[in-house]
Design a protein around this ligand. Structure first.
Ligand SMILES: *[C@@H]1O[C@H](CO)[C@@H](O)[C@H](O)[C@H]1NC(C)=O
Length: 141
């Protein structure tokens, strides 16, 4: 029997929005951080002019690298939770640009295998750096 796409999609979509509010179409993943020296190696080589002016950037983990298509993408990111208690800074959302791939980093990430590796400045805006890994909600801008 035919059911209209609208009727089928309505209830699951509405409950998703409630769950993920305020980033209504966001994904959930994990985040770590890395320290200088910073180069945008896998995206832009040694061209440091590619870093965003506000210096809020990140390297893509395996899950969002997208074969390099993620270079230059911007994401809204917030901290959801962490193993370390009270590590998230409540109510803080940052916008970061992807400038590298995890394999290109000059310094080892605070945790391996995360969705996104934030610059230490970006990480510090949403969480305490005593946490090596945080659970994040992120949405492409
Ligand atoms: C991540 O993996 C590298 C290479 O295996 C290892 O040297 C490093 O200690 C690991 N980092 C963490 C935080 O486990």
């Amino acid at each position: 029997m035919y059911r209209s796409p609208k009727a089928q999609g309505l209830i699951p979509y509405a409950s998703l929005i409630l769950l993920l509010s305020p980033l209504s179409l966001a994904d959930v993943g994990t985040g770590a951080y890395y320290n200088p020296p910073y180069l945008p190696t896998e995206c832009y080589g040694t061209d440091t002019s590619q870093f965003p002016a506000n210096n809020l950037f990140a390297a893509a983990g395996e899950g969002i690298w997208d074969n390099g298509a993620s270079c230059g993408r911007e994401y809204l990111v917030r901290c959801l939770s962490a193993a370390a208690p009270n590590a998230c800074i409540d109510g803080q959302t940052i916008q970061v640009m992807i400038v590298d791939y995890v394999d290109g980093l000059n310094s080892s990430p605070s945790q391996n295998g995360t969705t996104m590796i934030l610059s230490s400045n970006a990480f510090a805006m949403i969480a305490d750096q005593s946490a090596a890994e945080i659970n994040i909600e992120f949405q492409q801008v």
